[in-house]
Write a protein that binds this ligand. Structure first.
Ligand code: DX5
Ligand code: ZN
Length: 217
């Protein structure tokens, strides 16, 4: 199995010191970053958009996974890629047919990724799977950090793993921490998004990242 990757989610970082935060998690060993774009419509919260993605891009060469929790993803994927996204994650619940969007993301040379909320079954994305480089199984309802892990995501990871094997990258996001991370990789996730367990922990970032990576292996 490919080694697991812990992606710090910047949702709960200190935005007044964004460049320093990005450099700190990079120095602490992060190999990719996860940025949560929320529009106050698809989810009941607003975070940030293209200018912040572009600002992060300017201070790091790490791969950036942009998690678009927006009601109209098709309208914004080009700008998100222009801002520096390497992976574009859109929600299945936000569109009738994700396939043209995934195809477009791929045609722009970015990784196409499709997210499903805890109540959404994998059957809902069956037709789109061949166009996905990655699937994100949410283990919380999106909108906020520091929520409790919902293990229904694990069942979906296992099912996707047995369907697609290593041809599909699997990601999990929400409530991933030292208590839950080992179950996530055992179920087939290679990409582990972690917000509060890094940014709201008393431990230095390097210690949290090393511990999570060790527990994930
Ligand atoms: C939730 C976001 C997550 C969030 C994870 O809507 O998609 O990326 O930052 O935070 P934790 O790890 O605290 O659940
Ligand atoms: Zn996220």
């Amino acid at each position: 199995n490919p080694p697991p990757v812990v992606l710090p989610s910047l949702l709960l970082c200190d935005f007044g010191n964004l460049a320093a935060e990005v450099r700190a998690v990079e120095a602490a060993g992060a190999r990719a970053l996860h940025l949560d774009v929320m529009d106050g419509n698809f989810v009941p919260n607003i975070t940030y958009g293209m200018p912040i993605v572009a600002a992060v891009r300017r201070v790091t060469d790490l791969p950036i996974d942009v998690h678009m929790m927006v009601a109209k993803p098709a309208a914004f994927v080009d700008e998100i890629i222009d801002a520096g996204a390497d992976i574009v994650t859109i929600h299945a619940e936000a569109t009738d047919d994700p396939r043209p969007i995934l195809e477009h993301v791929r045609s722009r040379g970015a990784c196409a990724s499709l997210a499903i909320n805890p109540p959404t079954p994998i059957e809902a994305i069956a037709d789109a799977l061949p166009l996905c480089d990655m699937v994100l199984c949410m283990s919380v309802m999106p909108g906020f950090g520091a929520q409790e892990f919902e293990s229904v995501a694990l069942d979906k990871l296992r099912a996707l793993k047995s369907l697609r094997g290593d041809s599909l990258l699997l990601e999990i996001d929400g409530g991933v921490n030292a208590q839950t991370v080992a179950q996530c990789t055992a179920a087939g996730a290679q990409m582990l998004v972690v917000g509060s367990a890094i940014f709201k922990s008393q431990k230095p970032y390097a210690e949290s990242l090393a511990e999570l990576t060790r527990l994930a292996a």
